[in-house]
Write a protein of this length. Sequence first.
Length: 83
Amino acid sequence: MKKNQKNKGKHCSVQGCDKPAFCKGLCTKHYQQIRLRGNVIEKDYVFIPGLCKILGCNKSVFAKGFCQTHYLKEHKKNEKNSS
């Protein structure tokens, strides 16, 4: 099978993604999101070891990648959704 030469040496066109482009200027993850859902899922967090994954929060991790404040907010939000 021949690789797509159009995307050779290019990166994903989604802002903040530096993975290699796979198809239509997107990496495999973002291409599948568009193919299956019709849009790219925007996340409001990033993974930095030791820091809360919420953008702009520089507190230390408490649990599951969140600081204590954001962990409790997520936990409460998940409890409401499961009820």
